[in-house]
Design a protein around this ligand. Structure first.
Ligand code: SIN
Length: 277
């Protein structure tokens, strides 16, 4: 029999936990909200199963954790600019998020995280991988940690969102708004957990401040190869009604593109974060 008591069950060795016993369609009691925040800070991503949310309930849920960031590039759900569509139709070949990245690192104040809710899931495939940047940082040598402490990474959206891609079929737009670059420490201290995390990602980091792209590449490649080690990651299998709430400061994610011919539709709401230090 399923227990209705709230429980947190760690899933991966380093990242991911399932939270059971909560109905996300109703406002959360302060203690329940605190438990979700604590689990998120500790495990990097939390998963909920068997939820039934309207668009308005999804928005109300997100607002309990912060202000909503309206995504300037993604198509949104009809009538709900707060909800970015993460969709791939049966005839489309390219998916959204199909490479390791952390959302919004190109913003001056990167997003806290995102709540991704599954509305339509293919019969097979379409999993999402999450990787812990706490674990990636902890496993670096002391010498490399010392080198990284002084470095700042340059992040950009230009090469991803500033280029019109026919195979995205209008799912991403507003190319002219991909103008800003942001600089953040390569090692951040997470504002809630106080733990250190590696804060560069293959999707959006283009180099180190004061270094050329050529000089930056070898060290970035080393960090990316290290952070992609399977033991730092967890692979989540979606069902309709699943919701993942991840922390963009301490994790990367990667949407698998292995379900051609089937539809996958998720609704994403992203929350504003705080300046990184
Ligand atoms: C994303 O990168 O935000 C989407 C992840 C997914 O579709 O699993």
């Amino acid at each position: 029999m399923r227990s209705n008591t709230i429980h947190v069950r760690p899933l991966g060795a380093c990242v991911g936990a399932e939270i059971g016993g909560l109905d996300l369609s109703a406002p959360l009691a302060p203690a329940a909200r605190g438990l979700v925040q604590q689990a998120l800070a500790e495990h990097g991503v939390v998963f909920f199963r068997d939820q039934s949310l309207t668009e308005s309930q999804h928005i109300a849920l997100a607002r309990q954790f912060g202000d909503i960031n309206i995504n300037r590039f993604f198509a949104h759900a009809d009538g709900y600019p707060e909800i970015a569509l993460v969709v791939k139709e049966p005839h489309q070949t390219r998916n959204i998020g199909g490479g390791w990245h952390t959302d919004h690192s190109y913003d001056q104040i990167p997003a806290l995280g995102s709540m991704l809710y599954a509305r339509e899931i293919p019969p097979r495939g379409g999993d999402t991988l999450f990787a812990s940047m706490y674990a990636a940082y902890d496993a670096l040598s002391d010498g490399l940690k010392r080198t990284l402490e002084g470095l700042r990474g340059v992040h950009s959206s230009r090469h991803v969102f500033g280029v019109k891609r026919g195979d995205l079929d209008g799912r991403i737009g507003n190319y002219a708004e991909a103008t800003q670059d942001a600089v953040h420490p390569v090692v951040i201290t997470h504002p809630e957990s106080g733990k250190k995390a590696l804060y560069v990602n293959p999707g959006f980091t283009i180099g180190f401040e004061g270094w050329t792209a050529e000089e930056s590449k070898p060290l970035l490649d080393t960090l990316y190869a290290h952070a992609q080690r399977p033991e730092f990651s967890y692979r989540f299998q979606w069902q309709e009604g699943s919701l993942a709430f991840w922390d963009n400061r301490s994790t990367w994610h990667y949407a698998m593109n292995d379900y051609h011919g089937a539809r996958r539709l998720l609704h994403r709401i992203t929350l504003e974060g705080r300046a990184l230090g």
